[in-house]
Design a protein around this ligand. Structure first.
Ligand code: SAM
Length: 331
């Protein structure tokens, strides 16, 4: 089988597909300044185009597809796309979705029925007022309902993403750990990355992964699940006392893991990004709409993969943030 191998001998197995650049939350670490300029409708890939691209990627060895955004559930009839993508199984081993959970509870069962395997839900605070301050929306209860809905629909293991930011929610680490134990979910703590549209990120706002670990480990001792994390972004821990739930720590800034990166991204307007922090994007949409043959599309994708950066440059003196925020790139 033809595989996507980059110039640093990494095999690309994981495709993140952004379905829209629109979002109904205004998280301060992503979209702090209201509505960003949105892509013109005609530039957004249709479901047919996404399906065609995904089929080609899967034929090139992609095993995991994660649908994201923006808020992917703002795209009408996502269930139809999921149904189409799930036909790519069993070569496609994992079809997942990342959501803020706002409209999720009433859609969970249909998403599962359509073929979704699992879901990651973002949740940055367990305190209603703080949740509102962080996201701009009074929706904590709804998001909590989403977690239960995901479990009931068997979209498991349910993962919860929390971006930890100094002075904003780092006082909630133990509450989150308790939550993981009580609700039997996998918490993922993520270091704040310079992907906010306001470019207000500073190093002082980062809570290093090691500090997150130490704070939780002191109260709820943790045991590493595996000594190698492979291409996964998180170090995963279970609770030493055997309680349910899991803690994952994703520290892309203070403990770079680019050497094992197997990811590639497709933006809602059809640009391939080889790294979250890439300065360049590669226009797959125009190739596709230019009536390229399957062979030509494959050659284009292969040539882009060969340009994948060896590592991100957040810690370099000359680092410049990506021009587009996480909401556009697709988290
Ligand atoms: N709307 C969906 C959601 O809220 O999960 C999917 C898109 S969102 C961009 C995907 C993930 O990126 C979320 O878990 C979010 O917390 C994370 N994210 C956004 N901006 C970030 C940043 N500057 N640093 C770290 N993670 C970020």
């Amino acid at each position: 089988m033809l595989l996507l191998r980059d110039a640093h001998n990494r095999i690309i197995r994981d495709l993140r597909v952004s379905l829209t650049d629109r979002c109904n939350f205004r998280c301060f670490y992503c979209l702090p300044n209201g509505e960003p300029p949105l892509a013109r409708k005609e530039t957004i890939l249709t479901f047919e185009e996404i399906e065609r691209i995904c089929e080609i990627f899967v034929s090139l060895g992609i095993e995991k597809i994660r649908l994201t955004g923006g808020e992917p559930l703002l795209r009408r009839d996502v269930e139809l796309l999921i149904e189409k993508l799930s036909r790519l199984k069993p070569k496609l081993k994992d079809l997942a979705l990342t959501t803020n959970g706002h409209t999720f509870p009433r859609r969970a069962a249909n998403l599962k029925r359509a073929g979704l395997d699992r879901v990651t839900i973002s949740l940055d605070s367990l305190d209603r007022e703080n949740f509102k301050r962080i996201t701009g929306v009074d929706a904590l209860e709804n998001v909590l309902r989403s977690i239960e809905a995901a479990k009931q629909a068997n979209l498991t293991p349910v993962k919860i993403n929390a971006v930890v930011v100094r002075g904003r929610n780092d006082d909630e680490l133990l509450d989150f750990a308790r939550f993981a134990r009580e609700r039997d979910v996998a918490m993922r703590f993520i270091e704040f990355m310079p992907l906010d549209s306001g470019h207000e990120w500073t190093r002082e706002m980062i809570v290093p992964g090691k500090e997150i670990f130490a704070t939780i480990n002191e109260v709820f001792p943790l045991v590493l699940r595996e000594t190698s994390r492979g291409a996964e972004t998180a170090w995963k821990y279970k609770f030493a006392d055997g309680a349910p739930g899991e803690i994952g720590i994703i520290a892309p800034v203070t403990e770079m893991f680019c050497g094992a990166c197997s990811r590639i991204r497709l933006t809602a307007d059809g640009q391939i990004r080889t790294c979250l922090f890439s300065a360049a994007e590669y226009n797959l949409r125009d190739v596709l709409r230019g009536k390229a043959s399957r062979r030509e599309i494959i050659e284009f994708v292969q040539s882009v993969v060969l340009k994948k950066e060896a590592r991100h440059s957040i810690n370099d003196a000359e680092f410049a943030p990506a021009s587009r925020s996480m909401s556009f790139i697709g988290g």
